[in-house]
Structures are given as structure tokens and as C-alpha cells.
Design a binder for this molecule. Structure first.
Ligand SMILES: NC(=O)c1ccc[n+]([C@@H]2O[C@H](COP(=O)([O-])OP(=O)(O)OC[C@H]3O[C@@H](n4cnc5c(N)ncnc54)[C@H](O)[C@@H]3O)[C@@H](O)[C@H]2O)c1
Length: 435
């Protein structure tokens, strides 16, 4: 199959490199000229484990190319994927579809033979209809079908997720398109990944329903953590106790500072807005959104309370800035409202993150960035774990303690055992566990 991938960000680049690895001929296209120039030199613009190796392999096999312009890649393609961003629209929280619509118009101009246009971007119900309308309006002679094929990969484990998906969802009622998608994904269902064909609108909604459900599950356990703290229970054991029930499942029951990232916040907001447009109120998702937004900033007050309430002039060291480990993505990271909250309370903030500091500098000013966890902890009144990077699990805690003004750790990811920390002489507070 000849594939054009419009948008070479997290999803486009990972999907394109994986498709090339399956044996397809892939052209990854991006309007960001610097990104394309870097990719042509095999410099990966994002932090994603094992991606460089995969891209290098694709390029040296000749099956993976990078282009700034759509023309060649699209006119020769059997399938054109749209993997551009769909951020929250400023002001109202709807998904901003301007990039998707622009990509559809550009694709239309270059279509030749029958081509399947596939939205991989997360798009609200009905977007496939609109893409179809745009293409038809721009190129009345085009022979094409528009398919929804939402992507479920997670940053940090993106390649593994793409190569071993729980399911592949394909929304189309067009037989020719169904065959093309079947050919593209054949290497995966030979590997037992179930491919589910459904209507386009259903596929579009499946993606939002999945993200909203997971966001709700996280928020649920976060609220249980708050209750556990008040009643002297342990949220980790509650998570295990309910997660062993197959109907519930153990994943996404890890209490913390609230969900963030490039998907859950914007997708839950967009889903609520779409539903309201159709006269439906999604009260559970609305409650999730509010609870999660409030929680991120409340983490600043939690830190202040551990230090007796007044943190004016105190130095707080933050370990982990990205919304989760193994990514440099800072989009809607809980660290941002939390650190802003600490600054508003008059604290000085130092921070370290293994991969996210360059991105963080664009979002967070007025804090001191440190090269390693030890420099970060030095002379701090409290150390706060915000992201559970692996390297924070095996710190030399004696060294950390000796360099701090006071031995105080607030662990928002529950990466340490309270008994161990008390034995080391720390004042240690975590989430939803006895302190
Ligand atoms: N990041 C994730 O973990 C993830 C997971 C599943 C689904 N998604 C969804 O996938 C979509 C893409 O997300 P992302 O994180 O890859 O975004 P991203 O911002 O990392 O990448 C989008 C890329 O598209 C490019 N672009 C925009 N308009 C273009 C055009 N007309 N022509 C060529 N290139 C264009 C941008 O320059 C950018 O490089 C979103 O809808 C997102 O919700 C993301």
C-alpha cells in the first residue's frame, strides 16, 4: 500500500514509521518545514522511546519518506491519513477542526485515482461528513471515500501500542475502503489484534467515549484517595481490591495529581460540547472535568499544608513536569497549575524533568530549572514528586535528605513506601495513604 500521512506529530510520525515497518510505502508530510528538515536528517523532534530506531530503519529501507508538500505523496497514495492536531478551540472548548478542514482541502486538490481518506485525528461526531463535503466541493471529480480510524496509542508506549493494539476501529460503510483498510492493517490482525468495522459516526464516538471513560476512572480513584485520607484507609489497596474484579479492571486506578496531557482534557471538554449541541447533557463527564481541574491546583495547597500552611519564601523542589513519564509532552500537565499555585502562594520553585524541561520553559517561567534531581533538591524546604519517572524511584535518598533544608517529601505519585521514608527520617506525605 502507498500511504500519505498528513501531520507528522506524535500520532502521524509513530503511525507512519510503524506502517513503513509493516512493509507499506509511507510519505509523512508536515507543513512545519523545520520538523521535516530535522526528520530528513533522522532527528526526531519528540521524545518517544525507540522511535528513532524505527524511523532510521524505515528511511534506510526506502519505505519511509518525509515531505513538506502534499503533492507527490497524496496523488500516488492508496490511502491518505489525516493526523493533524485537534486542540481545544479558544474560548468555548469545542475541538478546533481548522487543521483537519485545511488538510481536507489540500488533499482534495491532489487526488487522482480512487483514494481512501482516513481521519486518525480525534474528531467529533460528524467530522467525516464534513471532510467528505469539503473534498467534494473542492474537487468534484474526485473518486474517494472518507473513513474514521481513531488512534488509541499512548505517548511513552506509542510504538508498542501501535504494533499491539487492543483493537483497531474502522468506521466506514464503503466496501472498497474497507478492503484498503484491511490490507493496511493485515500485519496486525495476523498478530490477533481484533479489527472492528462499524459506521463512521460510531467510530468517531468510540474514541471520545474511551477517553472520557478512562478520564472518569482516574478521577474516581482520585476522589476515593481524598476520602481514604480522611478515614485512614489506603487508596492503593482500594485500587487493588476493586481492580481484581474483572468487571472493573486494575488499569487507570493509580491516584495522583489529576490527569493531563494532549488528549484527555481536550477530548472530555469537546465531548461535553458535542453532546450539548445535540441536546444531551453528559453529567458524569462534566463532573469529571470539574473535579480534575480543581484537583490540579489543589495540589499546591496540599504541599503548603504539609509545610504548615505558609510557604511564602520557602523553596519547593519539583521532580517531574511532564504529564506522565517517558514523554516530553507538557500539554495540560498537572505540574503547570500546581506550580503556578505554589508561586501564587509566594514560594520559590526549582524543578527537574528528565525530558520535558525544554517544553516546560515555554509554559512555566519564574522557576529555576535544574539539571538533575540532586541539584533540584538542594536547599529545598520540600521535595514534591509530580511525575513517576523511573529514575526517581531509585534516588540516593540519604544524599537528598542531607542537602535539603528540611527532610520533607510530598509524593503525588505514591512511588515510595511510607514505612521506608519514615525509617529514613523524612516527613513523608503521599496520596490517599496513611501519613
Ligand atoms: N498524542 C497522542 O497521544 C494522541 C493519541 C491518540 C490520538 N491523538 C489525536 O491525534 C491527533 C494528532 O495529535 P498529535 O499529538 O500527533 O498532534 P501534534 O500537534 O503532535 O502533531 C500534529 C502535526 O500536524 C501538523 N499539521 C497541521 N496541519 C497540517 C497540514 N495542513 N498539513 C501538514 N501538516 C499539518 C503540525 O505541524 C503538527 O506537526 C489529534 O487529534 C489528537 O487528539 C493523539
Amino acid at each position: 500500500m502507498r500511504i500519505a500521512m498528513i501531520g507528522s506529530g506524535y500520532v502521524g510520525l509513530v503511525s507512519g514509521a510503524c506502517f513503513a515497518d509493516f512493509g507499506h510505502d509511507v510519505t509523512c508530510i508536515d507543513k512545519d518545514a523545520d520538523k521535516i528538515a530535522a526528520l530528513k536528517r533522522c532527528e526526531i523532534p519528540i521524545f518517544e522511546p525507540d522511535l528513532e530506531q524505527l524511523v532510521r530503519g524505515g528511511m534506510s529501507s526506502g519505505r519511509l519518506k518525509f515531505e513538506k508538500d502534499l503533492a507527490g505523496g497524496v496523488s500516488d497514495a492508496d490511502a491518505v491519513f489525516i493526523a493533524v492536531g485537534t486542540p481545544s478551540r479558544r474560548g468555548d472548548g469545542h475541538a478546533d477542526l481548522s487543521y483537519v478542514h485545511a488538510a481536507a482541502r489540500e488533499i482534495a486538490a491532489h487526488l487522482r485515482d480512487f483514494t481512501v481518506i482516513i481521519t486518525k485525528s480525534t474528531v467529533p461526531v460528524g467530522t467525516g461528513d464534513e471532510v467528505e463535503r469539503i473534498v467534494r466541493e473542492a474537487n468534484g471529480n474526485a473518486d474517494f471515500a472518507v473513513v474514521s480510524n481513531p488512534e488509541f496509542l499512548r505517548e511513552g508506549a506509542a510504538i508498542r501500542d501501535f504494533q499491539h493494539p487492543d483493537r483497531i476501529v474502522v468506521g466506514t460503510e464503503d466496501e472498497r475502503a474497507r478492503k484498503v483498510l484491511g490490507d493496511i492493517y493485515r500485519p496486525l490482525y495476523l498478530n490477533q489484534a481484533p479489527i472492528m468495522y462499524t459506521k463512521r459516526r460510531t467510530a468517531e464516538l468510540i474514541k471520545y467515549a474511551a477517553n472520557a471513560f478512562l478520564a472518569t476512572k482516574i478521577t474516581f480513584i482520585n476522589e476515593m484517595a481524598d476520602l481514604a485520607e480522611q478515614v485512614g484507609a489506603n487508596v492503593q489497596e482500594i485500587a487493588r481490591g476493586i481492580g481484581l474484579d474483572n468487571r472493573i479492571g486494575s488499569k487507570f486506578l493509580h491516584a495522583g495529581a489529576g490527569y493531563g496531557g494532549s488528549c484527555f482534557p481536550k477530548d472530555t471538554r469537546a465531548l461535553v460540547k458535542t453532546a450539548l449541541d445535540y441536546g444531551v447533557q453528559l453529567r458524569i463527564v462534566e463532573a469529571t472535568l470539574t473535579a480534575n481541574d480543581n484537583r490540579k491546583r489543589a495540589m499546591a495547597r496540599k504541599v503548603a499544608n504539609v509545610l504548615g500552611g505558609d510557604i511564602r519564601g520557602k523553596t519547593i523542589a519539583i521532580l517531574g513536569l511532564t504529564f506522565k513519564p517517558d514523554t516530553d509532552d507538557m500539554r495540560e500537565a498537572p505540574s503547570i497549575p500546581m506550580i503556578t499555585g505554589l508561586l501564587d502562594l509566594g514560594a520559590k520553585v526549582k524543578a527537574h524533568d528528565p525530558a520535558g524541561m525544554e517544553q516546560a520553559k515555554k509554559e512555566l517561567t519564574g522557576i529555576e530549572y535544574c539539571d538533575d534531581p540532586y541539584a533540584c533538591a538542594c536547599n529545598a524546604d520540600a521535595l514534591v514528586i509530580v511525575t513517576e519517572w523511573r529514575q526517581f524511584r531509585a534516588l540516593d535518598l540519604e544524599r537528598i535528605k542531607a542537602s535539603m533544608i528540611a527532610p520533607v517529601i510530598v509524593d503525588l505519585r505514591n512511588i515510595y513506601r511510607p514505612e521506608d521514608m519514615w525509617a529514613l527520617g523524612f516527613k513523608y506525605e503521599s496520596i490517599g495513604r496513611p501519613n
